[in-house]
Write a protein that binds this ligand. Structure first.
Ligand SMILES: [Zn+2]
Ligand SMILES: [Zn+2]
Length: 231
């Protein structure tokens, strides 16, 4: 399984960058994981032809994760890709178009897309949000947290994952209001350790952060747009 970081910022992008969107591939199977600002342009930089996606997963409907789903609709309405395209989401009201096959997911939902198996978990955020564990046919796994505050259920959901892709929007715990909805760098480092993930990428970088702070866990790294990981 291969993961490409298309956009890694939230809740708004840094100059010249994009918000949450990740491409997950396994052989011929392709899933777009979140579809924030810049997703379509960055995806088309990798695959310039017709949309070759098998499904889209939206963790939630905030604009930094789902803002470009309407651009995907336009592409499909021009006949440039598979339709109806399955879109997994915890809210499907905005997906009522013939080019989409909206699939409502909640805690414990499971699905298969090509060679990949998906298992969803409801997480703690300001609106209904899911994290997802994606496992390939060799048993290699990626767990994406979506946007969430830290809670015990994340440890089980991420247990032994080969790669943890985690919301680390906050630098520290100084703002209790945001802490309910996002994790800090330290919390993600602890989650990686408690869940025994082989490595972690700290994403959803704050769009106005002055720079990257050093991390104490050598198995954790900051997300960088364009980076590709073989899982
Ligand atoms: Zn976000
Ligand atoms: Zn959000």
């Amino acid at each position: 399984m291969k993961l490409t970081l298309l956009g890694v910022y939230g809740p708004f992008p840094a100059p010249g960058s994009g918000c949450s969107s990740y491409l997950v591939e396994d052989g011929e199977t392709k899933i777009l994981l979140d579809c924030g600002s810049g997703a379509v342009s960055k995806y088309r930089t990798v695959y310039p032809g017709p949309l070759a996606l098998d499904a889209i997963v939206l963790s939630h409907m905030h604009a930094d994760h789902a803002g470009e789903i309407d651009l995907i609709r336009y592409i499909l309405e021009f006949g440039l890709g598979r339709k109806p395209l399955p879109v997994f989401s915890p809210e499907i009201e905005r997906l009522s178009y013939p080019v989409f096959d909206p699939i409502l997911v909640s805690d414990g939902s499971e699905a298969k897309v090509g060679s990949l198996s998906l298992r969803f978990i409801e997480v703690r955020h300001a609106v209904r949000t899911v994290g997802v564990r994606i496992t390939d046919r060799n048993g290699r796994s990626l767990f994406y947290t979506g946007d969430t505050g830290l809670f015990d259920g994340l440890i089980d959901a991420a247990k032994d994952a080969d790669l943890l892709l985690a919301d680390a929007c906050l630098v520290d715990e100084s703002n209790p209001k945001f802490l309910k909805n996002h994790m800090t760098l330290n919390q993600v480092e602890k989650l990686r350790k408690d869940a025994n993930c082989k490595r972690a990428i700290l994403t959803h970088r704050f769009g106005d952060a002055p720079g990257l702070l050093p991390l104490s866990d050598p198995l954790c790294e900051h997300a960088v747009e364009g980076a590709v990981y073989e899982i």
